[in-house]
Design a protein around this ligand. Structure first.
Ligand SMILES: [Cu+2]
Length: 106
């Protein structure tokens, strides 16, 4: 009985130790789309963080790849996306395939 309680205590402690990483307040990361580029090209985020792309060019773009599938982002408009699981996402603009970006979700 005592042993079982001790084991449960250890398990709770382990969960608490890992918790701060996942329960940190979500951050917002801004990516500018300008000059046919995603700036910055690579962004590191945590699960739960929000990424906001703003199209600063005079023509439309989008954000496409993996879980990213934005509508056309008109000049001056934004697209918001929330990171849901860890992994590396390679994305591009499907209108201009030379435009590439990476999001690393931790
Ligand atoms: Cu584009």
């Amino acid at each position: 009985m005592v042993l079982a309680f001790a084991a449960a205590g250890v398990s709770v402690a382990a969960e608490k130790k890992a918790a701060p990483k996942h329960h940190a307040a979500p951050k917002q990361h801004a990516i500018s789309i300008k000059g046919m580029k995603f700036v910055p090209e690579t962004v590191e985020v945590a699960v739960g963080d929000v990424v906001v792309w703003t199209n600063e060019d005079m023509f439309p773009h989008n954000v496409f790849g993996g879980p990213l599938n934005s509508p056309i982002i008109e000049p001056g408009k934004t697209y918001r996306w929330t990171a849901e699981k860890p992994g590396e996402i390679q994305y591009h603009c499907s209108l201009h395939v030379v435009m590439k970006g990476t999001i690393r979700v931790h």
